[in-house]
Design a protein around this ligand. Sequence first.
Ligand SMILES: [Zn+2]
Length: 277
Amino acid sequence: MQKDQLFTRRRILLAGGAALGAAGTAGVILAATEETARTAAAPVAGPQARQALAPSAFRLQPLTGYGPPRAAPRKVKVREEPILRISGRGRRMVLTFDDGPHPEYTPHILDTLARYGVRAMFFVCGECVVENKELLARMADEGHVVGNHTWTHPLLTELDRGEIRDEMESTSDAIEDAYGERPQWFRAPYGAWNRAAFQLGADMGMEPMAWTVDTTDWDEPGTDTIVDRVEEGAAPGVVVLSHDAGGDRSQTVHAIREWLPYLIDSGYTLSVPRRRV
Ligand SMILES: [Zn+2]
């Protein structure tokens, strides 16, 4: 990423974070979670037998249209705001990682999650997926949930409906190709949602998920600050936002090694949400 793009992106992130921070107090919406941290170490049923393609192989593919036609996704209700936290009993939290996968940082995060038998959500960008398909295969094997974070991480509010659709559909196609299933969750870049994004996501069978606590790791504030953010923000139902790509994420990688055992020792169960059927 070019520096000027990065700068712009950070400014947008700041603005989006502030807006969502205000919305974050709006209340609980959503969905029960399923099991658990500690029993999840064994791989859950997942996509079978994926082939690892050499990078040069999938670069020749178009952005859309992997494989044969698929069954139409089951539509979901169109929401007017994203899910900000999870409901349900107990000290449950959900960990989410955005903007990846990244070949340098994501494996370390997956290693730490595996060490503690924790499953998490990864909101991935299509352009990163096609470069790192093996990481999505690993996520599937280890029981993580993969969500759609668009192809190029644009500000959706500046795109027309067709452009938003292209960003979302191509990413769901790439996820299906690498992970084995189409995503059931969607997160707008920068937390910048609009009506078209909610409608298109629902059409594609995806629920919109935001977050409760932003670790601000995108700003590279120092490992200790990231750890403090998570530990001070911990509470039942909280959805934590971290990033495994989009910049130097070594602080994120180091921080999770501290805050994850802290959360577990504090009695939290880290789980992935389950869609109501
Ligand atoms: Zn993002």
